[in-house]
Design a protein around this ligand. Sequence first.
Ligand code: ADP
Ligand code: ADP
Ligand code: MG
Length: 500
Amino acid sequence: MKKIKKILIANRSEIVSRINATCKSLDIKTVAIYSPEDKFLKYIFQTDERYPLSKNGYTAYLNQDEIIEIAIKTQADAIHPGYGFLSENYEFAQKVIDAGILWIGPAPETIKLMGNKICARNILSQTEVPVVPGFYLTELNYEIFEKIKKEIGYPIILKDPNGGGGKAIKIINSQQELQNYFYLIKEEVKKLTGSQELLLEKYIQNGKHIEIQIAGDSKNFVHFYERDCSIQRRHQKIIEETPCNFIATNILEKMYDMAILTARTINYKNIGTVEFIVTQDRDTLDTKFYFLEVNTRLQVEHSVTEMTTDIDLVALQIEIAQTDFLKYKQEEISRKNHAIECRIYAENPDNNFMPCTGQVINLNIPQDPFLRIDHNLQEDQEINSFFDPMIAKVTVVGQDRDCAISKMLYVLEQFNISGIQTNINFLKKILKTEKFLTGDFDTQSNLSCDLSPVAIKAEREREITIAQIAANLFQEIINKKNNFKKNKNTNNNWRNQLWE
Ligand code: ADP
Ligand code: ADP
Ligand code: MG
């Protein structure tokens, strides 16, 4: 086994800082890459080395050969792809391996099989893992209409089999709608990923998106519990949390088993996520859940799992890649507290969530022990339109869900950024809705967010609690100061000065 001494991080911005922090804790050197637009970003100066890319914008980070060349030139032992960009590109993973560099992720073959949703469904349909009824198609005809009527029923959902990030997804309520939209979606899919086929699935109405974090070394497999990612906009997650308090424990346990079975079926090596959709009648024994897809990479929302299990998932990725061995047994993985993540986007909620550009001014990023903010923001920074508009991820941990919500609201209140528009107020509104507070939300929830009477009452109670904490702290300081004056020790001048 060759020890990893240097890792090239094939990504940009906050996720590079995140991976870099773990590398530093493991005494591993790091190499960053950057496009011309990113040359002033903080992440570049946090790594040990940095190399410019020749192309502009998004395409710079997709230039496989150039990235591998830099890895060879800098004598990096391994490449970590982060998320997005090349993280689920099996050809890149194979090229990295062929260049004699360690790939921090699952085998290229696994990425390929799971990267196509039709293929993933076919493999898992042969097991006990429940898969949403569906099939793939290239054209519309009478047989298809009959098949939908007999085997599935409306509504249905059309998807790009090779897609991701909630793109090119359409919910269809009738045969007429299918006829209206099929060829439009097909065209969109062809442009996005080149796929000629579409995946058609039964649409699970008012479903919850629950995903299970897994890890494996192709022999031993473990899970790190669930994440509830049901607060979505345009099929993309915006708030994620763990645990999910609104699904019966025995159903969650079945989901853990099915996630492990998925990992075992595909001989999974490294960490990954198995996504499921859970039917509407939750918290009962009749609740059903269905496999959606496997994400063969680290996920944006990994922070909530890390903050409740106390396990560094990036360190685990590096360790499995290096040793081919998963050191955990299931009984060694426990979870405590409740964590919530909010994704902060540079966008305008009042203008159909259009991504926004501008220069960051008056930046105030709160800090607290219960809080983790993954970001790469700095004052005067230009936010441009070349990249994903996600600019920060805020994760808080509290002893229970209510406590975590209060803390998140408190942090979002303190999070100050001007010069660009963000979704911060929109997130605060969601967190205060009755639906969110009571857990009565799903992937279809209307996030228009009127403040409910319950939410207003809860907010008042929170304000009172915060005021009480502040008053208690103040009293404590006064008492200490008075005590100190009483027992003043003239030999300790530096301490005296502190209180006077
Ligand atoms: P999914 O939505 O596929 O389940 P995630 O929720 O983990 O997966 O989100 C992955 C998304 O994160 C990508 O589709 C992309 O939009 C976004 N992304 C990728 N890389 C970055 C990055 N460096 N900074 C911000 N966002 C990114
Ligand atoms: P992506 O690769 O874009 O993440 P997914 O298949 O994971 O694609 O779907 C994205 C989102 O779309 C899910 O989180 C869920 O909200 C919704 N969705 C997808 N398939 C279904 C389905 N069959 N029934 C209900 N909702 C679905
Ligand atoms: Mg998904």
